[in-house]
Ligand binder design. Structure first.
Ligand SMILES: CC(C)(COP(=O)(O)OP(=O)(O)OC[C@H]1O[C@@H](n2cnc3c(N)ncnc32)[C@H](O)[C@@H]1OP(=O)(O)O)[C@@H](O)C(=O)NCCC(=O)NCCS
Length: 87
């Protein structure tokens, strides 16, 4: 997932994540995961993920990534950014 740099830190990432979590819940999935580039790890942690294992280089992108795992999404991210996302 990605948000245009001009629109980052306005809650759009939270909204995207909340939409994915809604779909996962509808399918009765218990866990979500992603391979997060280092610069995005803070975003995933802020939304309730935990880091699993050591960083590694992704074959496809050549970027250093970390495996992040959600068993639940933090309430701030489930509320999908509130007014920030529409402001
Ligand atoms: C990661 C990404 C999708 C986040 O999208 P976003 O719309 O900027 O994120 P949000 O505004 O919803 O941020 C939610 C929270 O995550 C955390 N966060 C987001 N970006 C952060 C950053 N660069 N550094 C530290 N914390 C960050 C903050 O706690 C933020 O809440 P706050 O703004 O109220 O402090 C976006 O930065 C992006 O597209 N990056 C480039 C592509 C990328 O790295 N994608 C992920 C690939 S694994």
């Amino acid at each position: 997932m990605a948000v245009d740099t001009a629109y980052q830190r306005r809650g759009l990432g939270r909204r995207l994540l909340a939409a994915v979590a809604d779909r996962a819940r509808a399918r009765d999935e218990q866990v979500m995961w992603a391979d997060a580039r280092e610069s995005a790890v803070a975003f995933y942690l802020a939304c309730g993920a935990r880091v699993a294992g050591e960083p590694y280089v992704d074959d496809g992108t050549g970027l250093l990534v970390r495996h992040v795992v959600f068993t639940e999404i933090s309430p701030a991210c489930l509320s999908a950014g509130g007014s920030e996302a529409t402001g």
